[in-house]
Design a protein around this ligand. Structure first.
Ligand code: PEP
Ligand code: MN
Length: 315
């Protein structure tokens, strides 16, 4: 009937999403067909990512790491990759403390054109060396359609930053990839807009999307952004996709990271993405919001005890 079919095989049932002209479908007696239990019209502007489409939580797998469901996954590392030594020492430390994914930007979206723009491909290679050394999968940002191929070659998870959340051509492009995508909420975007951006990726063929709440702009200037904790249960009620919280960009202040990470976990977040640097005072980018190794170790101890008291497990 000219519809696009998206098949999702769950543990207990198979859901076939038919995207097309509603008027054409509505007249057919779907439930009369053998093998059809139920037909559900989804009128929301996002469909494949909605809870109506899939009631179970999606669990995104990256190697042996799980994101979503009953897992709490810690992704940590510097804002930007700077040197081999910086990224490898950070990777080793976060692994030792129980984090499961290494973050680090090689292509950096900077507000000023005069700020450090990231090392580019050499930075990707440093990340790959840190993965080699520690076994940690890596998440790194892709800013431009022209870089998708090279970033996909190195990254285990490709990040779409807040500023690109509504770069629809880029979303369609990465939707053609198989690698999981970490999609950050734009700082002036609603939860529904975030889900529509995710729908662009999933409808282009890539179902492996992890959402990220990283703070939104409000009148408050004491913090860099305002962490919207309510986005976590809101996303969980509207969508089956996992959502992690970035307390670093949400606050801009290293001393606030621990409280908000714990709050995110308590509110049901599926993980955190946190900036860690061996020497935050010397960081090339986002030092004031980066925590050092001692603070990270303390944060992990706190998280672990809350993770187990909530009956969850580290991802
Ligand atoms: C980042 O994670 O490095 C980053 C630039 O974040 P955001 O896109 O949320 O500002
Ligand atoms: Mn940063």
């Amino acid at each position: 009937m000219g519809a696009q079919a998206h098949v999702s095989k769950g543990k207990y049932k198979t859901v076939i999403g038919a995207i097309g002209d509603r008027e054409k479908f509505i007249t057919l007696p779907w439930e009369a067909f053998a093998g059809v239990e139920k037909s559900v019209p989804i009128l929301k502007p996002f469909k494949l990512v909605s809870r109506e489409f899939k009631s179970e939580d999606s669990v995104i797998k990256v190697g042996s790491v799980n994101i979503g469901g009953n897992h709490f996954t810690v992704m940590a590392g510097p804002c930007a990759v700077e040197t081999d030594q910086q990224i490898i020492s950070t990777a080793k430390l976060i692994k030792k403390e129980g984090a499961s994914i290494l973050r680090g930007g090689a292509f950096k979206p900077r507000t000023s054109p005069y700020s450090f723009q990231g090392l580019g491909v050499p930075g990707l290679k440093m990340l790959a060396a840190a993965r080699e050394e520690t076994g940690l999968p890596i998440v790194t940002e892709v800013m431009d359609s022209r870089d998708v191929e090279v970033v996909a070659e190195f990254a285990d998870i490709m990040q779409i930053g807040a500023r690109n959340m509504q770069n629809f051509l880029l979303l369609k492009e990465i939707g053609l990839q198989k690698k999981p995508i970490l999609l950050k909420r734009g700082f002036s975007n609603t939860v529904e807009e975030l889900l529509m951006a995710a729908e662009y990726i999933v409808s282009s063929g890539n179902p492996n999307v992890i959402l990220c709440e990283r703070g939104i702009r409000t009148f408050e200037t004491f913090t860099r952004n305002t962490l919207d904790l309510s986005a976590i249960p809101s996303v969980h009620s509207l969508s089956h996709l996992p959502i992690v919280v970035d307390p670093s960009h949400a606050t801009g202040k290293s001393e606030l990271i621990e409280s908000l990470s714990l709050a995110a976990l308590a509110a049901g977040a599926d993980g955190i993405l946190v900036e860690v640097h061996p020497k935050p005072d010397e960081a090339w980018c986002d030092g004031p919001q980066s925590i050092d190794f001692n603070r990270f170790a303390h944060l992990m101890r706190q998280l672990k005890s809350l993770v187990s008291s909530l009956g969850k497990e580290l991802g």
